[in-house]
Design a binder for this molecule. Structure first.
Ligand code: ATP
Ligand code: MG
Length: 161
């Protein structure tokens, strides 16, 4: 599957999608999250992290640009890096923080506001686009690589359940 579309009627549905995504992700994936302010990028990431076993808070890493989490994916320890690049001013910030090393086979990188990093970021395996509707959200997930396709093929999500 290269393309998946669904709607999320309320925040509970966003949480449910995060839970379903946590079950189909693989270490090494790079996931871009697109959507306006308040679209639900952090809400979706939070749901993925909680479903993957993280028990504490998940705050938007607005000023630190990134936050690491140790979770379990398919029963194995895995790191998820949650980026929010909204306030990134220069490429130097990203490079000096050593963020490029986080893009490796053992880590899932989830990136809010990838647009702010221009060509600095490795390409996305999955692009997730969230649109704000009058009621709820529309979500589109696009797989750009074989790894992304493999993950998306394993997504089982039943909205409104
Ligand atoms: N499916 C949904 N329907 C309606 N509201 C939702 C849905 N999912 C999440 N929300 C709400 O939308 C808001 C999303 O906020 P969130 O911080 O996740 O957005 P964001 O995309 O990360 O924004 P930013 O770009 O500022 O980081 C929250 O108030 C949440 O309750
Ligand atoms: Mg956010």
């Amino acid at each position: 599957m290269q393309h998946y579309k669904t709607s999320l009627i309320d925040e509970g549905a966003t949480q449910a999608l995060g839970k379903s995504l946590a079950r189909c992700l693989q270490p090494g994936l790079v996931i871009y999250l697109h959507g306006d302010l308040g679209a639900g990028k952090t809400a979706l990431t939070r749901a993925i992290l909680h479903a993957a076993g993280h028990q504490g808070n998940v705050k938007s890493p607005t000023y630190t640009l990134a936050e690491p989490y140790q979770v379990q994916i398919h029963g194995k320890a895995c790191k998820i890096m949650h980026f929010d690049l909204y306030r990134m001013i220069s490429a130097d910030e990203f490079i000096e923080a050593g963020f490029r090393d986080e893009f490796n086979a053992d880590t899932i990188c989830i990136i809010e506001w990838p647009e702010k990093a221009d060509s600095l970021l490795p390409a996305a395996d999955l692009d997730i686009v969230i649109d704000i509707l009058d009621e709820g959200r529309a979500v589109e997930i696009k797989a750009n690589t074989t790894a992304g396709e493999t993950s998306l093929a394993g997504l089982h999500f039943a909205p409104n359940l």
